[in-house]
Design a protein around this ligand. Structure first.
Ligand code: BGC
Length: 809
């Protein structure tokens, strides 16, 4: 039997597993746990052309929605198989399809729970993310899954979004590079991905209805940029549309988004699937370019599609096109489903999860207390419920049933040198209304009084952040902060380990901790990874993928986050995250890109060279290389470690409201003590371009740019000026063009002067010699100038007629 090839191993030692396991909620795996859900696919590749000819309209319509919560429909008559999909993104959530409750309350088969996207992104390590993707795909193949529903690459607009743990970053470049790695990793094993949630789904509040109201430039430069780059680079098999509306139109029936942009501009050749329940009117979705509605709606949607074709509301060609894409998806999945899968080595995947969690953690502060130096006889106080009940993933559709769970408490006990005593006190209750927090805190404070070091595991209880709702503040629970304040008054050094999926306020209590290690939601092995980092078995190298502001009020979306009257106004425009804080010179608690190490690095010999545009990167579509940055990174300390060199670009000349600088490229280097490595990064035309709403295209304009090189958005010791050659684009003139636009237009200038000279009421060319007066005239459209002055220029149609055709709009 095929399922026997999946050799998961569940650690039943009792020593290194968490409470869920102890409570028996992690089923024994090894095949039988998911045998009931199996749908073995044994079929030849599909002959799509002949199938399209043979299918009836009713059969075609039936293929455009699911059979179950997780299966597509098949057509027995023509041997078209059904395929199964499952969440994603940081591990599988394969539920029993006949008994699916969708939101993760009912168990799914065990799978490795890797660090959530918030953690993975802090690694800034595309190779690592790719390896995680490959491992997820290996498990997916063992489970006969065709598509993993992820990665989620929505931009983190606000720390309050309840689902931030599933998203990568506030920055589209980091998002795109890591998103590409995840898609490539999964798909390299013959399993599909679903890039989600397309698009503008940056909050959970009212997510099924609200309209995200955003100007196009902001969409293109921030919110669509990540999707564009992953689609173009990695060709995901599917894209999942979001629930929300975009400027009033449902994402699930937005033809501009799903067809014109996604396919027309970016060349997407896969299938668009709806988020679960996102479809409002099936025929409108099909017409717009949505191919597969999930989950099942019984026969309802199919009947509506047939009726719409028969009434003429829906073109049958649209149905055929979507059916072809469904068949293509099935066909793409067949080789992976039919072939022998790799054996799932749960040990190896758990080790990979631990390695990933080590790289996900960000060391925020350290006065030298870390790594812990514990001699025989030392006492370590471990405080905080999270040390034994780890918070390692978020709630909702991404909730994985882990193959095993390592707690930090157990891992520390295993790793500390002999003779070191570890005492534990929970300190506070987690989501437990009956907890006596005062008594728990007293116990923890008493324990800490006898210790050299107290490690306080603080974080957000599970109920604070989840799919389906947003937070209302970004603070840790008050009882945890009160406990920390008391621990800080004691004699022991205080190390704080944070577990949370979205940014928490740290500024008010920074001085109460001697070191802070931010572990995010690090997956099933995060307990072990944290122990490795605390004890110096591993060296922290994570860098923040999002800014930690001083207070939530500083966040640019603060005044417009949420939904009012069904609308979310993206009032801050392109100024998301560090783009805002940098533009306003606002202090932050920790900047984007920041993270400490136990070793030291230098970055020397930075060169920034403008190039002639003869070269292209692997991403040829991003245009010619226009600048090359080199730098040499040296590990000057005594431990192996990793540094991330970050390159930002600013275009001060382009319209005033441009972010001061934006991440363009980065390189992560791992170095032994004393070792050096030279890195080379390329800046392409796209890195220096802006989206022009007028032209509906990216514009690479000539002008000066500053290229910054450093290790965070606020630590950029090298700044070099270069000039991009660019292309001057002149807007064609039309009836609405202003005097200033005529004046600056190469062809319009003379025509305008001539018009002033030869108007029906005289020669008014003298107006241009009055600098003040002319400055005022510049903003007036020529047509209005004609009307409001009794004709000091001829009617605009006459003036336009004198222009060469190419100068007219
Ligand atoms: C979520 C998706 C998920 C789907 C299937 C939806 O509610 O938004 O991310 O893939 O459910 O579980």
């Amino acid at each position: 039997m095929r399922q026997n090839r999946a050799k998961f191993v569940v650690d039943r030692s009792g020593g290194s597993v968490g409470p869920e396991v102890r409570a028996g909620r992690v089923p024994v795996v090894g095949g039988t746990a998911w045998s009931a859900t199996r749908t073995r696919v044994m079929t030849d590749r599909l002959d799509i052309t002949s199938l399209l000819a043979d299918l009836t309209l009713a059969e075609k319509a039936s293929l455009l929605s699911g059979r179950t919560f997780w299966h597509t429909k098949g057509v027995d008559r023509l041997a078209i198989p059904a395929i199964m999909v499952a969440d994603g993104p940081h591990g599988l959530r394969k539920q029993d399809p006949d008994n699916a409750d969708h939101v993760g309350l009912q168990g799914s088969v065990p799978a490795t729970c890797f660090p959530t996207a918030a953690g993975l992104a802090s690694s800034w390590d595309a190779a690592l993310v790719r390896r995680v993707g490959e491992a997820i795909a290996t498990e997916a193949r063992a489970q006969e899954l065709a598509v993993v529903l992820g990665p989620g690459i929505n931009i983190k607009r606000s720390p309050l979004c309840g689902r931030n743990f599933e998203y990568l970053s506030e920055d589209p470049v980091l998002t795109a590079i890591l998103g590409t790695a995840m898609v490539e990793g999964i798909q390299s094993k013959g399993v599909g991905t679903s890039l989600k949630h397309f698009a503008l789904n940056n909050q959970e509040t009212d997510r099924f209805r609200a309209s995200s109201d955003v100007d196009e430039r902001t969409m293109r430069e921030i919110y669509l940029a990540g999707f564009e780059r992953v689609v173009r680079n990695a060709r995901p098999w599917t894209v999942m549309c979001s629930y929300n509306r975009i400027n009033g139109e449902w994402a699930s029936q937005d033809r501009w988004l799903l067809t014109d942009v996604l396919r027309g501009e970016w060349g997407f050749d896969g299938l668009v699937v709806s988020d679960w329940g996102a479809v409002v009117h099936p025929p409108a979705s099909v017409a717009a370019g949505l191919d597969l509605e999930m989950p099942t709606t019984g026969a309802v949607s199919a009947r509506m599609i047939v009726a719409a074709v028969e009434s003429g509301e829906l073109d049958v060609a649209d149905v055929d096109r979507s059916v072809e894409r469904v068949l293509t998806l099935i066909d793409r999945a067949l080789p992976g489903l039919a072939a022998e899968g790799d054996t799932v080595d749960a040990d190896a995947h758990h080790d990979l999860a631990r390695a990933a969690a080590r790289q996900a953690a960000v060391l925020l502060t350290n006065d030298g207390t870390l790594p812990l130096r514990l001699d025989a006889g030392a006492r370590l106080a471990v405080v905080g419920e999270f040390a034994r009940t780890p918070r390692f993933q978020g709630a909702g559709s991404s909730k994985v049933n882990p193959t095993r769970l390592t707690t930090a408490l157990d891992a520390l006990r295993e790793l500390v040198p002999g003779g070191v005593t570890i005492d534990f006190a929970p300190g506070f209750g987690v989501d437990d209304p009956d907890a006596d927090d005062a008594a728990l805190a007293d116990e923890a404070v008493a324990l800490a009084a006898d210790a050299q070091v107290v490690v306080a595991f603080l974080g957000l209880p599970p109920s604070y952040e989840s799919e389906g709702y947003d937070r209302t503040d970004m603070d840790l629970p008050a009882e945890q902060l009160a406990l920390l304040a008391r621990l800080a008054e004691g004699p022991a050094k205080v190390v704080v380990v944070l577990s949370h999926g979205s940014v928490v306020t740290v500024a008010p209590w920074l001085d109460q901790a001697d070191a802070i290690l931010d572990a995010w939601l690090g997956g099933q092995a995060s307990g072990g990874a944290v122990a490795d980092l605390l004890l110096g078995v591993a060296n922290p190298s994570g860098k923040l993928a999002e800014t930690i502001p001083l207070r939530i009020e500083d966040n640019p979306s603060y005044l417009s986050f949420g939904s009012r009257d069904g609308h979310v106004r993206y009032g801050e425009g392109r100024f998301v995250g560090y783009r805002h804080y940098d533009a306003l010179h606002r202090d932050v608690a920790f900047p984007f890109g920041f993270g400490l190490s136990y070793t030291d690095f230098t970055i020397d010999g930075v060169t920034v060279t403008a190039t002639d545009g003869d070269e292209r990167t692997d991403e040829a579509w991003r245009g010619p290389v226009r600048a090359t940055v080199t730098a040499t990174v040296t590990n000057t300390g005594s431990r192996a470690g990793a540094e991330v060199v970050q390159v930002y670009v600013g275009r001060p000349d382009l319209d005033g409201a441009r972010p001061v600088r934006e991440l363009a490229a980065f390189a992560r280097v791992e170095l032994e003590p004393g070792a050096s490595e030279k890195i080379t990064l390329h800046l392409t035309e796209r890195d220096a371009s802006v989206w022009s709403e007028r032209e509906g295209a990216w514009r690479y304009e000539p002008g000066p740019a500053t290229v910054w090189v450093g290790t965070s958005s606020r630590d950029l010791p090298v700044a070099a000026e270069i000039t991009f050659p660019g292309t001057v684009t002149v807007a064609p003139l039309d009836a609405g063009s202003t005097v200033g636009e005529w004046w600056e237009h190469p062809a319009g200038h003379e025509v305008f002067l001539d018009a002033l000279r030869n108007s029906a009421v005289g020669d008014f060319s003298g107006l241009i010699s009055d600098p003040e007066g002319f400055q005022m005239l510049r903003s007036i459209p020529l047509a209005r100038l004609n009307r409001m002055t009794g004709g000091i220029v001829p009617p605009v149609e006459e003036v336009l007629a004198k222009l060469p055709a190419e100068a007219r709009a």
